[in-house]
Design a binder for this molecule. Structure first.
Ligand code: ADP
Length: 217
């Protein structure tokens, strides 16, 4: 069992937040809220929100705070979040963190832990540029580190594996710059609030997952 169930996963693109969030959500019945996944779905479905977000997501820049924060706030009001949730990829700016605090207060919830995923920049670029994602169930694979059994086919649901348009080496480097400029200031922000725990995300998941469980007890 884990005692901390309302979580933020913080870390650069490629740090493995989504992969460990999926594992944790499945084992403990938490809701995995990935703002990246929600935005990609909105874009795919051609919604108004998707149209507004598209140019930011494809270029690797950040979608405006109000759009993303509104999306998360409405997701957090759903009943299934009562058992615990993992915010993966949100907040990404100090302003988003403040907007989040307000929306959590409205539903009488609070964050129990912020887990920082640490990994070297070289490794992050390698992971991102070799990553493929299932079009249907969003499972992540890596052509080098964790290849699917059959090339281009998802092991979990048989869906097609595709590379994200922002997962090229150039765009990955840009996203890492955006991370260090706009998201890294959240590290001291949550440290001051005594919420931060750090895990070494440069390891394989069989090592990093137990390390994650260790900081959630
Ligand atoms: P990664 O962690 O690999 O960068 P995500 O799937 O979390 O990927 O995000 C993909 C893109 O979606 C980001 O580059 C950004 O354009 C947009 N996005 C996701 N979350 C946020 C957020 N909290 N604020 C602004 N933009 C976001």
């Amino acid at each position: 069992m884990i005692s901390r169930r309302n979580l933020i996963f913080l870390g650069a693109p490629g740090a493995g937040k989504g992969t460990l969030a999926d594992m944790l959500a499945e084992e403990f019945g938490l809701v995995h809220i990935s703002t990246g996944d929600i935005l990609r779905d909105e874009i795919k479905n051609g919604t108004e929100l998707g149209r507004k977000a598209k140019e930011f997501v494809t270029s690797g820049g950040l979608v405006p705070d109000e759009i993303v924060a509104g999306m998360v706030a409405s997701r957090l009001t759903k009943d299934d979040c009562a058992n615990g949730f993992i915010l993966d990829g949100f907040p990404r700016t100090l302003n988003q963190a403040e907007l989040l605090e307000k929306s959590l207060a409205k539903v009488s919830r609070k964050i129990d832990k912020v887990v920082l995923f640490e990994a070297s920049e070289d490794l992050l670029i390698k992971r991102i540029s070799e990553r493929v994602i299932c079009d249907k169930c969003k499972a992540n694979f890596n052509k080098v580190f964790s290849p699917p059994k059959k090339n281009g086919v998802c092991d979990k649901c048989g869906g097609s594996l595709l590379q994200r348009p922002d997962d090229t080496i150039e765009k990955a480097a840009y996203r890492l710059k955006v991370y260090s400029e706009q998201t890294a200031p959240l590290i001291p922000y949550y440290k001051t609030r005594a919420l931060l725990a750090v895990i070494d995300a440069g390891q394989e998941k069989k090592i990093s997952y137990p390390a994650l469980l260790g900081v959630l007890n």
